[in-house]
Design a protein around this ligand. Structure first.
Ligand code: ZN
Length: 447
């Protein structure tokens, strides 16, 4: 049964909130909800239409792509095919960094939203999205949750990294999110047993239908719950969605066992868009109206670098963007009946926790909030040693100033709540792990 507050949030407050922010999220969601019932042929045709519209826009409005479309001989993109897409070059992160201005559609300049991200590779990146693209991204999230019976406006708790100091604006936003939109964010920083117990207590009272966040954090909460059964009373969530990191099998199993509910994996990022989500059958479906995914130079197992074309991004289009994750596609149909294509495998980001004063665990995203604010860091890897001190291996675009070093040092000590040494180690490049994955936070510290 829908509680009155959820009914109000779904039908009035959430649509109003999104509209006031200039986003047509709910309208987009209704379209996607209907698209889930299309036959594959109709669905494919709609997607091709979207690709063509984007390429036409790029030819007219975006200097970088205009040049590339001409060079590839794609002068009539309104008749392009999916195969034609592969004639365009891959968009590398370096191009985003050096050619950002030429990747922006001038007519969209006043609608752009700036983002910075650590990404999967530990290379901080600044890029631009826009309200339309954000609305489509949020709508895709809502769509996938509806596969599990969780609807917009339903009570939701997010376990999320957060800036160290919450400013007034953030605090007000959080109150509004809780009381108007039924969404509560719980910090993934400073995970002590007391704090986790407090979180479980809160979950039992607030009774969210959806729990969302980093699998490593939800796993910690799940472990505590298994050790202290009964903390949730008769409450069980309807769905837990894990995001941003690899959902390793033992994490999934523990979370599902502790909370006694389905656990689904979401794969997406700010730069690429909402890419894929597991269906109730446990298979990853691509959000094909938002992204076209190609596999670059697949190995014998079909796994290669994923290239993402975002069909909703008109302000700063991303076409064949090498997102930094690896994966494989499959043509096999899924028993769930969705018309969406499938991702067979994804090798995303692995994560380590940092350890602070008194053994508190700090999600690595918290360090990212500090490091991504230093634009001279082109790439980094933060290694925490057993004594809690740090080696920051970095590829700088120029030597860091004393002020920037101080800023990083203070920030890292603040998140640990402990004075530790930070050693800066500039280098020319940071190689990936043997697995081919980049890890940007590695901790040898144990609590
Ligand atoms: Zn499925």
């Amino acid at each position: 049964m829908t509680a009155p507050r959820e009914f109000l949030a779904r039908h009035l407050l959430l649509p109003l909130h999104e509209r006031l922010r200039g986003r047509s999220t709910l309208l987009q969601w209704r379209r996607l909800y209907a698209a889930d019932r299309l036959d594959p042929g109709t669905w494919e045709a709609r997607r091709l239409e979207k690709l063509r519209a984007l390429l036409v826009h790029c030819l007219r409005e975006v200097p970088h792509y205009r040049e590339q479309l001409y060079a590839a001989g794609l002068v009539r993109p309104e008749a392009a095919t999916l195969e034609d897409l592969a004639r365009l070059p891959v968009l590398e992160r370096d191009t985003l960094r050096t050619q950002a201005d030429r990747l922006i559609a001038p007519a969209w300049r006043d609608r752009l939203i700036r983002y910075s991200t650590g990404g999967s590779t530990g290379q901080p990146l600044v890029f631009y999205t826009d309200k339309h693209r954000e609305a489509c991204l949020n709508a895709q999230k809502l769509r996938a949750r509806a596969w599990f019976g969780v609807l917009p406006g339903d009570r939701q708790v997010d376990f999320w990294g957060s800036p160290i100091e919450m400013d007034r604006q953030t605090r007000i936003r959080r109150l509004k999110d809780r009381w108007l939109l039924n969404q509560v964010v719980l910090s993934a920083s400073h995970l002590t047993p007391q704090r986790i117990a407090g979180y479980l207590d809160f979950l039992g009272q607030f009774r969210p239908r959806l729990i969302y966040g980093y699998p490593t954090v939800i796993y910690r909460v799940a472990q505590h719950l298994l050790d202290h059964p009964g903390l949730l009373g008769d409450y069980r969530p309807r769905l837990i969605v894990c995001t941003s990191e690899m959902l390793l099998p033992h994490l999934r199993e523990t979370i599902a066992r502790a909370f006694e509910c389905p656990v689904a994996n979401e794969y997406g990022s700010r730069d690429g868009g909402m890419i894929a989500h597991e269906c109730p059958e446990g298979h990853l479906h691509l959000f094909g109206e938002q992204v076209i995914v190609e596999v670059d130079r697949p190995d014998a197992d079909g796994i290669g670098d994923l290239l993402i074309t975002n069909l909703d991004g008109y302000g700063m289009p991303f076409i064949r963007y090498r997102i930094g994750d690896r994966g494989a596609l499959t043509d096999e149909p899924c028993p769930c009946g969705l018309p969406l294509p499938r991702l067979r495998k994804i090798q995303g980001r692995a994560n380590d926790f940092l350890v602070g004063r008194g053994g508190r665990l700090i999600h690595s995203s918290t360090a990212n909030y500090i490091l991504r604010e230093v634009p001279a860091l082109r790439q980094y890897q933060l290694r925490q040693r057993a004594d809690h001190s740090f080696d920051l291996i970095l590829v700088p675009s120029r030597p860091l100033t004393a002020g920037e070093q101080e800023q990083i040092r203070n920030g890292l000590c603040r998140i640990l709540d402990e004075a530790v040494a930070v050693r800066f180690q500039p280098t020319d490049s940071i190689p990936p792990e043997k697995s081919g994955k980049y890890r940007w936070v590695i901790s040898e510290a144990r609590c």
